[in-house]
Every structure is written in structure tokens, then in C-alpha cells.
Design a protein around this ligand. Structure first.
Ligand code: GRF
Length: 202
């Protein structure tokens, strides 16, 4: 069974999808703890509702990255709880070298675009503004870049006439809820390996 820690800043709907997959026995994993840089983030409340250790990590003085004492605290908590994989689910800070080294090749992220297109904030809005006809989501290993790293799973969704940022984002999120458990399933079953920047499955 794969021991997962989840790190997020927001409502935690992806964390919920992972919880649901575990409850449905379609993912052989255990969520050992949920961490957030936002004290009142709903992702922490969700974890507590499920009896999962939920901890706030104060990331001050940094505003956009996880670094320094907070980074060390995260590493300590992950080790205390026996986390094998760190799942970023709506975590709004950059991961820096210390955590990347401590969990090398074991940090994954979900991004609401078909990477490498549209990294960064509000990717669904970037896609819409650019006139993209296909959008989607990507689960990938995390490296030192912003929304870069070898891709594990992608799901495409059409951009429809009349889409607003909100309707497109909602359609992408529906796919996220399948893509993240699917990627974790591959990791839990050790059915993937890294070949350079590529993830080979099967
Ligand atoms: C998702 O759209 C994800 O792609 C992005 O942040 C959002 C997280 O939502 N990285 P939630 O907190 O899982 O509901």
C-alpha cells in the first residue's frame, strides 16, 4: 500500500477524489497526512472529517515559495508520518531544492492544462484567452521549474463555443478527479519508469 501525503492551499477537491478512490478500493493507498500553508484552507477540514492528521505549516516570511524553516518542517512531518509520495493538490507555492532532494522523484503535481502549454496561474483562462480548442489537465513529476517535469497522465477536454473561464475550469476539474487517482495507481503498482524526461508506463 502506498503511503501518500497531500499538500494543498485550497478547497481540496482533488484530495477528495483521491480519498474517494481509496474508499472505492480503486486505489491501494493510504493518506498519512494533509498539509497546508493556509490555516483555514478547506483541504485541512476535509482531512479532519476523515480522521486524517491535518497540519498547517506557516511559510512566512516567504510569499510564493516553500523554503527555509517551513521546508524543513514539511520534510520532518513527511518523515514522521512515513510518507512515500508527496502529492501537490492546488499548492500555490514553488517547491525548492531541500524538499526536492529529500523526496527526489517522489513529488507529483496536477496542473489544469496540457503541459508544457500554459504553465502558471489560471491555466484554463490562459487557454481560453489564447483560443485553444483543446484544454485539459496534466499529472507530472515535480522538478525545480514551474509546472515542469516528466508527464505521467494527461486528460484532454474540448473548449466549447460559449465557454467561460468557470465552465472550462469545471470541465477540466472533472477530468482531474480521474487523472490524479489514475496516476497514483500507476505509482502504487510501480508500473512506470523514468526514461530521461519521459515516463514510460506498462
Ligand atoms: C486544481 O485545478 C489544480 O489543477 C490546480 O489547483 C486546483 C486545485 O483545486 N493545481 P483543489 O484544491 O484540489 O480543489
Amino acid at each position: 500500500m502506498l503511503n501518500i501525503a497531500i499538500l494543498g492551499s485550497g478547497k481540496g477537491s482533488n484530495a477528495q477524489a483521491i480519498l474517494d478512490a481509496i474508499a472505492a478500493h480503486t486505489l491501494d493507498a493510504n493518506i498519512v497526512c494533509v498539509l497546508s500553508d493556509v490555516a483555514d484552507a478547506f483541504i485541512l477540514a476535509r482531512a479532519r472529517q476523515h480522521g486524517i492528521p491535518a497540519l498547517h505549516v506557516d511559510c512566512a516570511p516567504f510569499k510564493t515559495k516553500l523554503d527555509g524553516a517551513a521546508e524543513q518542517r514539511v520534510i520532518e512531518i513527511l518523515r514522521q508520518h512515513g510518507a512515500e509520495v508527496l502529492v501537490l493538490a492546488g499548492f500555490m507555492r514553488l517547491i525548492k531544492g531541500g524538499l526536492l532532494a529529500a523526496y527526489a522523484g517522489r513529488i507529483i503535481n496536477i496542473h489544469p492544462a496540457l503541459l508544457p502549454a500554459f504553465p502558471g496561474l489560471e491555466a484554463w483562462k490562459q487557454a481560453l484567452d489564447y483560443g485553444a480548442k483543446v484544454a485539459g489537465c496534466t499529472v507530472h513529476f515535480v522538478d525545480a521549474g514551474t509546472d515542469t517535469g516528466p508527464i505521467i497522465v494527461q486528460r484532454a477536454v474540448p473548449v466549447l463555443d460559449g465557454d467561460t473561464p468557470a465552465t472550462l475550469h469545471a470541465r477540466i476539474q472533472e477530468q482531474e478527479y480521474e487523472a490524479y487517482p489514475a496516476a497514483l495507481r500507476l505509482i502504487a503498482q510501480q508500473k512506470l519508469r523514468l526514461a530521461g524526461r519521459r515516463v514510460l508506463t506498462g
